[in-house]
Ligand binder design. Sequence first.
Ligand code: FES
Length: 357
Amino acid sequence: MNYVRNTWYVAGWAQDFEVNKPASITILGEPVVIWRNSENALSALEDRCVHRLAPLSLGRCEGQKLRCMYHGLLYDRSGAVAEIPGQDLIPPNAKVRAYPIREKHSWVWVWMGDAAACDESVIPAAVGYDDPNFILGHGQMDYAAEARLINDNLLDFSHLSYVHINSFGANEEWARRRPKITPLPNGVRVERWLMDTAGTSRVSFTKPGERYTRYEFLMPGILLMTGGVFPIGTSERLKGEAPDLDLAEGAVTFTSQAVTPMTAKTARYFFSWGPHRKHGDAALRDTLMGIAHQAFAEDRTMIEAQQRVIDMTLEPRIMPTGADRAITLFNQLIAKRVREESSKASSATSGLTAAVG
Ligand code: FES
């Protein structure tokens, strides 16, 4: 799998990790057990007992520790075996991998790369469901498709005009009007002005206007999107530049979305969406979430079918169009980071070989 390792992947919604209930998730092909102890602290370990490889996610929480419930090895939060029932000697290599883990913006994030390089400051500024400014609903769904295809989908909203006719009620303006795309150190920013608000969303807002949307798509696959509706003529007055969202007349919403590669051909997709408190209430949030579930199921139908065609194709090749610019930029960024990581890993290996030799 060509994915960056030295980055934070979303492992789940914070509220789904209950105290003393280990949960499993596969990220980048690695089984990970996550648990929250009675002091509410989260831990993440390789979900594979050193003894006979049983999953620790079937284990039992004991204070700060986790016991494998096959033959009883007890692990501490660093992944070291602290007890082997009926045996005093604990081999020095009796240890599973521990992953850095953080709870932020209502998500639980796991660092899949070198723990020494772990940097909490690069966790994207998602808006959690505990944010007082927004009234958010949230959900998730699993894909039988590689995460890269979902990232590609989220980087090119021209598909709204065709995939989401029924859910979002999107018209062809999404496909015909090219967005402004700005490369960022850690991703890309995509901004659009849409002139016909009636045909850009199924949700009806107070009065006709021009819709501005902006999202950032950040490493490793995090979408943070907001926008609002402005009086007709605003985009011309601003010469197509970004408006002050505080001056929006309606429809200011926020959605945070995350794509987590589980295996080479499966992924988990997390999403939240809802209105700013000044522009909506719980009823609007519920309407938006109903539309979101319908729309994201439409995406999944298309992307899983796309994956099946790719799998049947001997040498899959694509033919990019002008709408693919953000996809190209983001995938170039990912490829560059993957190359950097693999060249660092191979120089570390050759250094080790030289030292041993
Ligand atoms: Fe875990 Fe035996 S497999 S204790």
